[in-house]
Design a protein around this ligand. Sequence first.
Ligand SMILES: C[S@@+](CC[C@H](N)C(=O)[O-])C[C@H]1O[C@@H](n2cnc3c(N)ncnc32)[C@H](O)[C@@H]1O
Length: 269
Amino acid sequence: MALVDSLRKRLGDYETLAAVDLGSGTGANFRYLAPRLGGRQRWQLVDDDPRVLATTTGFTRAWAEELGAQFTETADGFTVSGESFQCRAEFIRANLAADPANLVWPESALVTCSALLDLVSESWLRGVAARSRDSKATLLFALTYDGRIQLNPEDAGDAHVRTLVNRHQRSDKGFGPALGPAAPDAAATILSEFGYRVVRERSDWRLGDDEQQLHAMLLDGWFEAALDMDDGDDGALSRWRQRRRAALAASGSGILVGHEDLLAYVRGR
Ligand SMILES: C[S@@+](CC[C@H](N)C(=O)[O-])C[C@H]1O[C@@H](n2cnc3c(N)ncnc32)[C@H](O)[C@@H]1O
């Protein structure tokens, strides 16, 4: 992610970086960023799902072993120290959908999330933007879905499925009406209104047919979402799925899912 280089420059020299990962899931965003940012870091990993939080320790321990980093489980999280970084991470089980004005993080923190922004509503995002500006936070919102789904080889039913999937993306995911594919543009507009300088970069997700299982899971997920949105379906969606599965089995099938990363920082910082 090229934006990480820009992020590092914006953060400058720090004694200890305070970082909060909203909707941290299994900790993938932490594991991506921690060694790339380097130095001393203190993380809050926030999620409301105890099952995914519980898996973070195992994934991060295995990752640390592979890196040759020192991993220690603590009462509320873990510490991990590699050649160029030393992190303490604390798990916080919390419902982020509650009033964003109540979200607490230190002054001048890095506030980050990945694959979360398309789930949230405009009003929630405004609340986070206000809270971020007031606390002089630097923001990195990674992997926000932008509505593009391209399947290869193309099928006559793809456009209809994409329309239905994108409609489904706008339904409430717990934060109010979800921004879905509108999230990257909305985030850029809102953060600019709050005085942030915004840098955007595409970070598309490409899947080849060497990842058959994941590929099939995605197709099934889109099929279910489309079915939910299409009251009058006469079997066209099932036929679409059959054709897509056949293309996958025949090899040469590929998927691109459009995503964007966004860096936002307070001007003059
Ligand atoms: C699509 S996953 C992304 C996980 C992780 N950031 C990643 O990139 O792998 C969204 C995450 O947000 C969490 N989440 C969704 N709604 C939430 C809420 N209201 N409060 C806290 N976490 C929430 C989910 O539990 C899930 O772990």
